[in-house]
Design a protein around this ligand. Structure first.
Ligand SMILES: [Zn+2]
Length: 109
């Protein structure tokens, strides 16, 4: 087990986890319950952390995360067709329910 990333919030942690899983890198989120549901607990020191299961995946996982970090921020939003949650338009999967967003993208174009 190796810590690969410290996310600023649970949504970001979930995105990174999905990206890693798509690259066949098993990973887990820790501290995912550190943030109160209503956001009333300001915990700077307890950010959600992504840990990879296999240390050998470290270099590949870093590449995945660097690609994610270098992706230009797109301010457009789309709504998940499954749960209705708002997602950045460049997402392929809903951060909340994991549903595919391709349908929503097609509707926009
Ligand atoms: Zn959803």
């Amino acid at each position: 087990m190796k810590k690969i990333y410290s996310a600023s919030n649970l949504m970001e942690a979930q995105i990174v986890l999905d990206l890693l899983e798509h690259a066949y890198i098993p990973a887990k989120i820790f501290n995912q319950h550190a943030q109160g549901m209503a956001g009333e607990i300001p915990v700077h020191h307890a950010r959600p952390e992504i840990w990879i299961i296999r240390d050998d995946d470290y270099d590949r996982a870093r590449q995945v995360i660097e690609t994610y970090e270098n992706t230009p921020i797109n301010n457009a939003h789309i709504h998940c067709p499954s749960c209705g949650e708002e997602n950045p338009a460049n997402f392929q999967l809903c951060w909340k329910c994991g549903g595919g967003l391709e349908v929503a993208e097609r509707c926009q174009s």
